[in-house]
Write a protein that binds this ligand. Structure first.
Ligand code: OGA
Ligand code: MN
Length: 204
């Protein structure tokens, strides 16, 4: 997938130093177009479900909080390039463990589709009753995303403070990765369909 170990090492160094990293062109455009085509087939096949919030007995559909549709990816349903991308994340996981000693063993990830107008309100990637999610990795698959299309990831780099934020366009190939417990973030409503592959590395 054309991302070298050296690049993963540098990204992980940034994660270790800053707690987050935003990497444009992490995956090249041609590969992203092919990943988007795989996602499109799964969408058209009706494989995605309305996403919920919370976990276990606390899980519920709350479309005032989030309104995206998702497909959890695993070996049984991931398409070929999606599997390659998951393999690349496995290499990233090993590098993160090597540099940050986080002891992350598991991965869970999903394809996400935000139809026009959908959003995900400000949140942390941690459930109230389960703090195993440790590192988040989001890859966007949308070509030629413009500022006026909306749909930015609004990322708050200073804890609870809302005064400072970084807006990331969900442009094809951009990877955002951060320590899941430490950063509030949200998805602003957009006027275009927005596709991504989002995953979490988990402690046991
Ligand atoms: C999430 C999330 C952000 C994005 O799925 O938890 O915050 O930019 N996604 O898609
Ligand atoms: Mn999130």
């Amino acid at each position: 997938m054309l991302t070298t170990d050296k690049e993963l090492e540098a990204i992980t160094e940034t994660l270790a130093r800053d707690g987050y990293a935003v990497i444009p062109n992490f995956i090249n455009k041609a590969t992203c177009a092919a990943l988007a085509a795989e996602g499109r087939q799964q969408i058209d096949a009706g494989m995605l479900k309305m996403a919920g919030v919370g976990q276990g007995s606390e899980h519920s559909l709350r479309d005032e909080i989030r309104s995206d549709h998702i497909l959890w990816l695993d070996d049984s349903n991931a398409a070929p390039l999606q599997k390659q991308y998951l393999n690349l994340l496995e290499t990233y996981r090993q590098e993160v463990n090597r540099q940050l000693f986080l002891g992350i063993f598991e991965f869970e990830g999903h394809l996400a589709l935000y139809p026009p107008g959908s959003f995900y309100k400000r949140h942390l990637d941690r459930f109230r009753d389960d703090d195993r999610r440790t590192v988040t990795a989001i890859l966007y698959l949308n070509e030629e995303w413009k500022e006026e299309d909306g749909g930015q990831l609004r990322f708050y780099p200073n804890g609870e403070s809302v005064d400072e934020y970084i807006d990331v366009l969900p442009e094809a190939g951009t990877l955002v990765t951060f320590l899941s417990h430490d950063y509030w973030h949200e998805v602003l409503p957009g006027s275009r369909e927005r596709m991504s592959i989002t995953g979490w590395f988990k402690r046991r």
